[in-house]
Design a protein. Structure first.
Length: 260
């Protein structure tokens, strides 16, 4: 069904495997329509509780498949304002694919092995959690190609690693290893077997009440870029809608019994 990815299911956990089809799972034209469609499909399955994104083979993703995208990027050739308008629309569609991942009600975990470059790193930044396998390497290389990273890396990285580290990655385009990524908070942990570790974390999340997990994600997403007062107002509205649930009542009763 999909060319750029494959979906695997294991009970409550889904795995989205990046296929490219460019070298190193590089992302070509199919990615920008298939990734949102895949998440629409996953969210339609009420049995699913979490998603792991990984790459096929030795790498997460080499980033954008520039050769495959060349025809699309040539939209501006000799077309003036109309070409620039079409290129803007293309970039917005590409951005929307990663935003769809970030806004999924399902928690999404990036399991990074090998290289995670450019748009691959920007996709990882759209995930809720990131884990790296020993030997993984990261780079926001767009500056080395004389372009500004435009698929969410500059917007999402500061909240993950802090303003200084985000600017360093973006302005230098340098490669960093998994240990450095862990030190700056880009990844939660570096592990020997990243797929197995990510699956364990996904199962741990899946053990909790789905609408509570979705609420945590929705509230934390809503707080990004907002003042604490805005965040407090949003979480108050969320809990006002969902705390009156049977699951909450049972959990509260069990907590009080255990406390005694």
């Amino acid at each position: 069904m999909y060319r750029s990815l494959r979906i695997e299911r294991d009970e409550a956990i889904a795995r989205v495997v990046l296929l490219g089809p460019g070298k190193g799972n590089a992302m070509g034209p199919a990615t920008w329509t298939e990734l949102p469609a895949a998440f629409d499909e996953l969210e339609s399955d009420d049995a699913l509780r979490a998603v792991v994104i990984s790459g096929h083979g030795d790498h997460f993703s080499f980033g954008l498949d520039v050769a495959a995208m060349q025809d699309a990027f040539d939209l501006t050739a000799d077309r003036g304002a109309a070409g620039r308008r079409d290129l803007l629309a293309l970039i917005e569609r590409m951005q929307a694919a990663f935003t769809r991942v970030q806004r999924s009600r399902l928690p999404v975990i990036a399991a990074v092995a090998g290289w995670c470059i450019g748009s691959g790193l920007e996709l990882a930044c759209a995930c809720d959690l990131r884990y790296a396998q020993t030997g993984a390497r990261f780079s926001l290389r767009e500056v080395r190609l004389a372009i500004v990273a435009d698929l969410g890396g500059l917007a999402r990285l500061p909240a993950i690693v802090g303003e200084g580290h985000a600017r360093e990655l973006a302005l230098t385009g340098r490669d960093v290893d998994a240990a450095h990524a862990e030190r700056i908070g880009l990844v939660n942990a570096v592990v020997p077997e990243v797929i197995a570790h990510a699956a364990d974390m996904a199962r741990s999340i899946a053990a909790h009440v789905p609408h509570t997990v979705a609420g945590i994600k929705a509230v934390m997403n809503a707080q990004q870029g907002r003042s604490p007062a805005d965040g407090l107002q949003y979480v108050a509205a969320w809990n006002a809608a969902f705390m009156q649930s049977d699951e909450f009542a049972r959990a509260a009763a069990a907590f009080h019994r255990a406390d005694r």
